[in-house]
Ligand binder design. Structure first.
Ligand code: SAH
Length: 220
């Protein structure tokens, strides 16, 4: 996990440590489990080789097909919010993209299922996870708006793309005590919502304003 494809230290462990230190300094993510997972995961392997020297900047980067890998800070915060005080066993992600968020979740949860609607991205992500020998992630090529009925229920569900409303299927597939983290809205206004399934229904908490790519229906 210390490979340095650039030979100039831009992708080294030290660079990754600095990235995590910046996230720590911002003070919003304090969960050591999450910070350690980010420290251990070579983000440069999830972006195009031409961009690998920029992989540890706190920025989103293109991964092709009009999609982006999220800011490391966003991934850290989403992961920490999803976990809360718990450690979910079975987790669903919608919007695999590069597979980076799934790779982080894989180190924090027992079993991760992640859905991507674009075949080429799903295939690249599969290769990325295989290269890191991550075995507890299954990538499904499908429309995540429907969730993943045959694997439900999930202890936690994280949407990496924004639907215009909370998809009913995702609520239905949440286990009792489960947590769903989902950005909801459109290009103008999106809010990150945490939905918790309690004994007698769902409670919803607004986390913050965000800006994710849209969750689109169908697959291609
Ligand atoms: N988590 C990713 C970032 C994903 S960007 C990473 O770590 O790299 C959002 C992704 O959601 C894109 O790849 C997009 O194709 C996918 N997406 C959008 N709508 C979807 C849907 N209905 N089902 C599954 N994936 C979807």
């Amino acid at each position: 996990m210390t490979s340095d494809t650039q030979g100039i230290g831009m992708t080294s462990q030290r660079t990754r440590d600095r990235m995590v230190q910046r996230i720590r300094d911002q003070g919003r993510v304090t969960d050591e489990r999450v910070l350690e997972a980010l420290r251990r995961t070579p983000r440069h392997l999830f972006v195009d080789e031409a961009l690998s020297s920029r992989a540890y900047e706190d920025t989103q980067l293109p991964i092709g097909h009009g999609q982006t890998i999220s800011h490391p800070h966003t991934v850290a915060q989403m992961s920490a919010t999803l976990l809360g005080e718990g450690s979910p066993r079975k987790v669903l992600e919608i919007g695999t993209g590069s597979g980076y968020q799934a790779a982080i979740l894989a180190q924090l949860c027992g079993e991760v299922h992640t859905i991507e609607r674009i075949r080429a991205l799903a295939e690249t992500a599969r290769g990325n996870l295989k290269a890191l020998n991550i075995r507890n992630v299954t990538i499904h090529l499908d429309d995540g708006l429907r969730g993943l009925k045959n694997q439900a229920p999930f202890d936690a569900i994280l949407a990496s793309a924004a639907p215009t409303a909370i998809p009913t299927a995702l609520l239905e597939q949440l286990a009792p005590g489960g947590r769903l983290l989902v950005p909801v809205g459109n290009a103008e206004k999106q809010e990150l919502l945490l939905v918790e399934r309690g004994e007698d229904g769902f409670t919803q908490t607004l986390i913050e304003r965000v800006n994710f790519v849209p969750m689109l229906s169908g697959r291609r």
